[in-house]
Design a binder for this molecule. Structure first.
Ligand SMILES: [Zn+2]
Length: 266
């Protein structure tokens, strides 16, 4: 795991991508582990979330009124914070990502098997902080963010660094055929070309189960959109296999908590 560096304190554990730490003077970022009862679910156990916000604000020197989090809905809606944006509330609705080039806002996305994706343009000092579950993959929210960065923020695809956080990996992502069919409609040409979908001999009440490699599909989509191989950095962590350290919906069941991904310009 040379792609990441883990820091453990008495109140919070987190990791950072070594590639993004090269820009430490301009960018703060962290993926939070679940230890010390840290979680960011806005719907259940809000006191855990509120306490966790206080802890991370202290650790990273953030004004707690300046940290934004959204009720994520697996949409492709991205909230932009630039010179023109008003900042009304710090709990938003229906956004699954942020684009930000301001220094007075910190953005937090949450995940529990879904993919946290950090995209950073060091030349224009602008980033996207994205939550993408399988619906986000199908909607291509990360590609939408990249296209917006290029169109509106002067970014070049070849300058963008894309860091992929902990998420449910192929070996743990068993799904039914109805989901495979959704992928086939959207990504048929890639599915034929790459081992994105694997048939298993496992059955449940709905029939045969399949494994989907969202991380491979994401990598293919990123490369198709001009992201350089060396600028795609994968934490390679599976949330289900590492559910001692990371919140996982599949591993924790109904009352699952959520991990957090923080980005902020300095
Ligand atoms: Zn796993």
């Amino acid at each position: 795991m040379e792609n990441i560096i883990i820091t453990r304190t008495t109140k919070i554990d987190f990791f950072q991508f070594t590639k993004l730490l090269e820009f430490e003077d301009k960018l703060t970022h962290a993926i939070f582990l679940k230890n010390h009862n840290v979680g960011f679910n806005l719907l259940d156990n809000i006191e855990i979330r509120d306490k966790s916000i206080i802890v991370i604000c202290k650790e990273f020197n953030i004004n707690k009124n300046r940290i934004v989090q959204s009720h994520q809905t697996h949409s492709d809606n991205i909230k932009e914070y630039n010179e023109q944006s008003a900042i009304e509330k710090n709990v938003l609705k229906k956004y699954d990502g942020y684009i930000c080039n301001r220094k007075d806002i910190a953005t937090l996305i949450t995940f529990a098997d879904c993919i946290p994706i950090f995209i950073y343009d060091p030349k224009n000092n602008v980033y996207a902080n994205i939550h993408s579950g399988w619906r986000g993959i199908v909607n291509q929210i990360s590609i939408k963010a990249i296209k917006t960065l290029i169109k509106k923020y002067n970014s070049k695809a070849s300058d963008l660094i894309v860091c992929i956080g902990p998420n449910i990996r192929k070996e743990c992502f068993l799904v039914n055929k109805d989901l495979v069919d959704i992928y086939k409609i959207q990504f048929d040409e890639y599915i034929k070309k790459y081992p994105i979908i694997e048939e298993t001999n496992i059955y449940n009440e709905k029939g045969k189960q399949y494994k989907i490699d969202n991380n491979l599909l994401l990598e293919v989509l990123l490369k198709e959109n001009g992201i350089l191989k060396n600028n795609i950095i994968d934490s390679e962590i599976c949330t289900v296999c590492n559910s001692d350290d990371f919140h996982s919906r599949r591993a924790e069941g109904e009352n699952f908590q959520k991990g957090g991904g923080l980005m902020m310009l300095k």
